[in-house]
Every structure is written in C-alpha cells, then in structure tokens.
Design a protein around this ligand. Structure first.
Ligand code: 9YW
Length: 418
C-alpha cells in the first residue's frame, strides 16, 4: 500500500464511531447523510462489513415519514452548532436535524451491493430505499417530477451563490423571533476566510428556528418557508437514485417495482430538461418555487446533471463546452462555482471538492467523455497526494482548505486509487 492509501484507511478508522463515520473530528462530530454515502463507497474497498453498516446506521435514523436526516446525533459531542437542542427533531431512537440531504445513499447502496454481491444486504435495503425515495415524491414535489429542499444546508452546497437571491428575498427577523446564536465553525483565523459569512448564517439559523417553531410539519412549511428550491444537484442525484433503485429491484427479480422507478426517473428527468435547463449558460440551474424564477448561476452543480444522465445529447454538447471553457481553465479541476464574486478559498463559492469531482467524473463517463473524466480524476488524485485529505482545495494554487483528515476525501481516494 502507498503511504497515502494507508493514511486514507487510518483516517476512516480514526473517524469511525459505533456503526458510522463522522466527516471530520474537528468540524463535524456526528453522522452526516451524504457524507456517509461517499464514505461507504470508499469503505467498500477496504472493509465491506463497515461499508454496509455505514448505510444501515444512516437508515436507522430515517424518520417514520421516510425522510433521511442531514445529521444524526447518535452520541454527544462538542464543537458543533446547531446541535440537537437547537433542532429539536428526530425519532424515538435518535435526535436529528430537521432537514435532509441529496439521496446519495441509494447510488452508494448499489455500489456496495455490487462490490459485496450480498443479496441479503440488497433485500434488506430495498424497502428502506424505496420508502425514502417515495418520501421525496410524496412530500417534496410540487408536480411529481422535480423535488425541492427547504434549507441551503439540505443541498450540501451551503453557501452556493445560487441561494443568494432567495436568501435576500426575506428578512430573517420575519421568520424567527430569536436570532441570537454563536457560531462554532470558525476555529481559526484562516477558517473565517474559508467558511460562509455571517450574513448567510443569520438566514440559515432563521430557517432552522422557523422549522422548529412549526414542529417540522412539511405541509405547514410548504406554505410559509421562504426557501423552497428545486436544487439541480439534489434532483440529478435523485434521478440517478431512482435508476439505481430500479436496477436493484430488477436484480432481485421484481420487475414491477423496477418499472415503477424507471418511470419515475424518466419523468423527473423530463421535468428537469423542461424547467431547469439554461441554454445561455449552457447548464442546468436550480429553481426558486416561492418567487417562481430560475437561479441562474454557473455552478458545478449544474454540470453534475450528467450523474443522472439528465442532459439530452444536444444539451450535453453545450454543457461540455461550458465545462471546458469555464471550469477546466484552472490548474485544478473543478471549481465549485465560476462567475462574479468567485472566491477560490471560500467553501462552495469557488474551491474544488472531491465528492463533486467524483460525481462529475462518473457522469461524464456515462456520456463517453473519457478524457475529461480522466482529467478530473487525475487532478483530484494529485490534490490529495500533494495536500492530503483536506475538505476542499483552491482550484488555482491547489492549496488545501477547510478541515483536515476529512472522511469523504479519504474514502473517494480509495475508490479512485483502487
Ligand atoms: C454543515 C459535512 C457537511 C457536508 C456539506 C458541507 C458541510 C456544513 O459539511 O455542511 O454544517 O452541515 O457543505 O456538504 O455534508 O461534511
């Protein structure tokens, strides 16, 4: 094993708690939803039992209605805001946050199944994954095709410039009575420059307090929450999740169910092509349902539509041009955002992230864009080799940013390097 490979395995071991892996011991000391999915993909190469358990534990936190929470607070920990007392959400078994994250756990479960060929694991997962994806369709879709989220944290790309117009459209004081809080995420002067601003945080916290005041009641929140967004990244992963669930059902011999989810994938894909495509930018964008408008920014999220095979061939041609001209013109692929106020060091406003590179490379291969996928994977490996398992990276200099010993960076290294 190379040194880096040994280090990656050591990080996953060190961040492992009982049955799940925390994203980072310095910044995120609980179980996070899509982090666990990427972690399971990596763990499958080195510890199949742990990979399966990672997903089982995540699904143990599923709400009775089928929502899989963004955070499961399985054990007490210090150093994170907002913690369980702030959210007041969860199940009889575990306290959780009151929002979800992109349903990456379904593609991850398919991957883990393919690596392990464990039919019992697949059969155990099927009804749970079905319940979760059904929740998206039943509770989180206005039209039955595209799905929405109600918090920037739910998108996984917290401070994407795409959310600014929505966050500007309301006054935090109008939706939450108390706006006092203390951030715990800026543990050093450097991190202050690399994390979301206070302006963003005021709005994140106000949305949490609104949800809590309404007991996380979906139908009431649908009426009053000012952030109801059809996020392009969530939708692309959702479409892929529907296809992957269909494939798992087909393998288990349940053709009726396989058909049902294939049809859902097609229907959601069609909705995205119709409403989320932006010809001028050459990408897919998110949609603000409250103010009925596209959120027109050139974010890597739009490119990740290839992960769900969303672009038609014609759209793909345009998207690929956009990728080449605007995103690959940096020393390291792939900036999370390009455009006005791009910030190479700040979180989702410019830095390159390994999970997004992984999704993008996977999707590009589906379109036969092998060279571009190779370039993204090679750059990613180089960043990880040179800088270690950082949370994100400056796309111009390659400097590591955010937390160190970050779990999904280690896990995806294991997948790429295997
Ligand atoms: C937060 C844990 C999470 C990721 C998100 C990333 C960040 C901050 O960290 O969110 O407090 O939830 O934006 O994608 O899941 O690694």
């Amino acid at each position: 094993m190379t040194d880096r490979r040994e280090q990656a395995v050591a990080i996953l071991r060190e961040n492992r708690h009982e049955g799940y892996t925390i994203p980072s011991s310095t910044l995120y000391p609980y179980q996070w939803n899509w982090d666990s999915a990427f972690i399971a993909v990596g763990l499958a190469h080195v510890d199949e039992a742990a990979a399966k358990q990672e997903l089982r534990t995540l699904l143990d936190a599923m709400w009775p209605n089928g929502m899989v929470p963004q955070i499961a607070f399985w054990a007490d920990a210090e150093g994170y805001f907002p913690g369980p007392d702030e959210w007041e959400a969860g199940t009889d078994e575990v306290a959780t946050s009151g929002i979800t994250q992109p349903p990456m756990l379904v593609p991850a479960a398919r991957r883990v199944y393919e690596v392990t060929s464990d039919d019992a694991f697949r059969d155990e997962m099927l009804p749970l994954l079905d319940q979760h994806l059904s929740w998206w369709v039943d509770e989180r879709s206005f039209d039955g095709d595209t799905v929405y989220v109600r918090h920037p944290w739910a998108t996984g790309m917290d401070d994407s410039p795409a959310w600014v117009p929505v966050l500007e459209s309301f006054d935090p004081a109008d939706i939450a009575t108390n706006l006092d809080y203390a951030r715990k995420d800026r543990k050093s002067a450097d991190l202050s420059e690399q994390r979301p601003t206070d302006w963003d945080y005021d709005r994140y916290v106000a949305l949490v307090r609104q949800g809590k005041a309404l007991d996380w009641d979906e139908s009431r929140l649908r009426e009053v929450c000012p952030f109801l967004v059809e996020d392009v990244l969530t939708n692309s992963i959702f479409v892929r999740a529907c296809d992957d669930l269909a494939a798992l059902y087909a393998g288990a011999g349940d053709e009726a169910k396989a058909d049902e989810w294939r049809r859902q994938a097609e229907h959601s894909r069609a909705g995205m092509r119709e409403r989320l495509w932006d010809e001028e930018l050459g990408t897919f964008v998110s949609y603000d349902r409250v103010n009925d408008r596209k959120l027109r920014v050139n974010s890597v999220a739009g490119l990740v539509s290839v992960f769900g095979e969303v672009p038609t061939n014609e759209q793909f041609g345009r998207l690929r041009e956009n990728l080449r001209e605007n995103f690959l013109d940096y020393d390291y692929a792939c900036p999370s955002y390009v455009g006005p106020d791009m910030d190479y060091d700040r979180y989702w406003r410019g830095p390159a992230w390994m999970n997004v590179n992984w999704l993008l490379a996977d999707g590009l291969r589906r379109y036969g864009a092998v060279d571009t996928a190779d370039r993204i994977e090679e750059d990613s490996l180089e960043l990880l080799e040179e800088e270690g398992f950082r949370e994100y990276f400056n796309p111009e200099t390659g400097a590591g940013r955010g937390s160190d010993r970050f779990s999904w960076s280690a896990a995806l290294y294991l997948d790429w390097a295997s």
